[in-house]
Design a protein around this ligand. Structure first.
Ligand code: SF4
Length: 264
């Protein structure tokens, strides 16, 4: 079911990604990754990100025309850019609350982009969902560079924190915030999902986990890949690395089920 912007409706406007122009990317599917993999969930994809990973599979949330970010899908002399107006839609928290409370699934996953860039709206929306039904369970997918504040910090049930390694192409100064990672390491609501591309990334993973004080049993390593073949190629050595270090392993279930497509 789609929800469009409703001029004059109350609440705070939030900027969402779209499945097609004007249609916000809100969908019911199985969580594909990490601690909640396999659980039926309603996903709400927010637009905009403060990082710019070269392998990001949702670059339509941030890699807009007029920006100079690099991405793996760029062709020589032809960077792949998205039209900001066509790829985003503003939806009020009133309209979002109406849609989310009308669905039977009570596990909501706010993803992006980086959802915590819009945490004022998030906090208000989550408060309304929980007031409607205390069974709402709220997960946030975050890149671990922003601390939650206010209502968002209080009401989010689960933080799926995904700090980025050097192969993401982001400068270390913007992708790793030690105080923020330390905050999440101390919060039992947080688990950590780290995308790994090559065996040589593992030393970086171990250092990040140790320096941030993250318990190994709250770490999930996930192979980088946007096709089943790419994932399968990396899984054998990554599974071994998880066994050796005491980390958890996660596949990307949705890629195997649905491919790299929007709204799944
Ligand atoms: S942090 Fe996530 S949404 Fe942002 S660019 Fe990286 S992979 Fe994409």
């Amino acid at each position: 079911m789609a929800v469009g912007h409703q001029p004059g409706s109350g609440g705070i406007d939030m900027r969402l990604a779209v499945t097609e122009p004007g249609v916000p990317e809100i969908f019911h599917s199985l969580q594909g990754e990490g601690v909640s993999a396999g659980k039926p969930s309603v996903f709400v994809r927010l637009s905009q990100c403060n990082l710019h990973c070269v392998w990001c599979d949702t670059a339509y949330t941030w890699n807009f025309q007029g920006t100079e970010f690099a991405h793996r899908d760029d062709l020589p002399n032809a960077p792949k850019k998205f039209d900001r107006a066509a790829e985003t839609v503003d939806v009020s928290t009133d309209a979002l609350a109406e849609q989310l409370t009308s669905q039977s699934c009570r596990r909501i996953i706010f993803t992006g982009g980086e959802p915590l860039l819009q945490q004022r709206g998030l906090g208000e929306l989550i408060q309304r969902l929980k007031a409607f039904d205390a069974d709402f369970y709220i997960e946030i997918e975050t890149n671990g560079t922003i601390k939650p504040i206010g209502l968002a910090a209080e009401l989010i049930d689960q933080f799926n924190v995904s700090p980025k390694l050097a192969h993401s192409g982001n400068a270390v100064s913007i992708r790793l915030k030690s105080d923020v990672l330390g905050f999440y390491a101390r919060d039992p609501r947080a688990n950590f999902k780290i995308v790994v591309a090559n065996p040589s990334d593992l030393e970086e993973v171990h250092a990040l986990v140790a320096e941030s004080g993250i318990p190994a049993d709250r770490v999930w390593l996930m192979p980088e890949g946007r096709t089943p073949a790419e994932l399968r190629a990396r899984e054998p050595w990554l599974a071994e690395a998880c066994l050796e270090a005491g980390y958890n392993f996660t596949d990307r279930l949705h890629i195997h089920l649905y491919g790299d497509t929007r709204g799944t």
